[in-house]
Design a protein around this ligand. Structure first.
Ligand SMILES: C[S@@+](CC[C@H](N)C(=O)[O-])C[C@H]1O[C@@H](n2cnc3c(N)ncnc32)[C@H](O)[C@@H]1O
Length: 255
């Protein structure tokens, strides 16, 4: 595919090697979506998501996804937010700060390895009273049981999967945690962007099938009580409709 951005003529030209070169208005919705998609791939290769922090802790996310997630958290006001994949703790601190601001909710984070300097920083953080850390494999039965014991009957639960992103692991996590999700809430299989990164220098050729979006799609086929659905935007005065995201096909809403 050859893309030409012609700022003089305000055109965006797409040449896929076929008979015709498509010409789009550079300032159109379609051109914005195509440019954004490419921007996501280039930015991922440049480790753009590894440049942010929340209240002092590194958070490995695209800010776009953080804002969209905040829109969902504010609407659902979960009592418990469970996340697999803690790393430096920035995402846990982010959710905890939202819980504190809303006056509702707490956070459970699971990671196979919480490095001592990360544990120390998380445990001494202002938001730690809202956070429970669990160290272990997210699909290990003892860990899943431990998480389930921390959720009280009737609590509203949101689950975010951000640990090992192979298709099989995400599928195992979906199977392990989906029954905790409250109707109307979500289990989010993050980083499905991998399916579009198989041809990027830092990517891997198997990611076109071995990715979280493929796991979410497979899970949804077997679980009609869940539907893959991008959450509606609470505010939109544009013609745009699609998230600019590292999490395509991620949002599984429990009906
Ligand atoms: C992408 S990072 C998490 C980023 C974090 N959620 C954030 O937004 O900053 C992935 C983490 O998953 C953890 N991990 C990998 N395999 C795991 C597994 N089987 N169970 C639990 N955690 C795992 C890694 O140790 C790593 O810290």
């Amino acid at each position: 595919m050859k893309l030409t951005i012609d700022t003089d003529n305000k055109k965006f030209l797409l040449d896929d090697g076929g008979d015709e070169v498509r010409s789009l208005d550079l300032y159109s919705k379609e051109a914005f979506e195509l440019i954004s998609h490419l921007w996501l791939k280039v930015g991922w290769n440049q480790k753009y998501p590894y440049t942010f922090s929340w209240m002092g802790r590194p958070i490995i996310q695209l800010p776009e996804d953080m804002i969209r997630l905040q829109e969902v958290i504010y609407r659902i006001k979960p009592d418990v937010i469970i996340e697999t994949g803690v790393a430096h703790g920035g995402s846990l601190v982010y959710y905890a700060s939202l819980c504190k601001a809303m006056g509702n909710g707490r956070v459970i984070g699971i990671d196979i390895e919480i490095r001592p300097h990360n544990r120390k920083a998380i445990e001494s953080h202002e938001m730690f009273p809202y956070i429970t850390l669990i160290e272990g494999g997210s699909t290990d039965k003892t860990i899943v049981d431990q998480v389930k014991l921390l959720v009280k009957p009737g609590e509203t639960v949101l689950v975010i999967l951000d640990s090992n992103h192979t298709k099989q692991h995400v599928l195992d996590e979906l199977n392990a945690y989906h029954d905790l999700v409250t109707p109307g809430s979500y289990i989010v299989a993050t980083d499905g962007i991998m399916r579009d990164l198989h041809d990027v220098p830092r990517g891997s050729s198997d990611w076109d099938w071995n990715n979280p979006a493929a796991a979410a799609a497979k899970f949804a086929r077997k679980h009609p009580e869940f539907i893959i659905e991008q959450p509606a935007w609470p505010f939109n005065e544009s013609d745009l409709t699609e998230n600019i995201t590292h999490w395509p096909g991620a949002w599984l809403r429990r009906k």
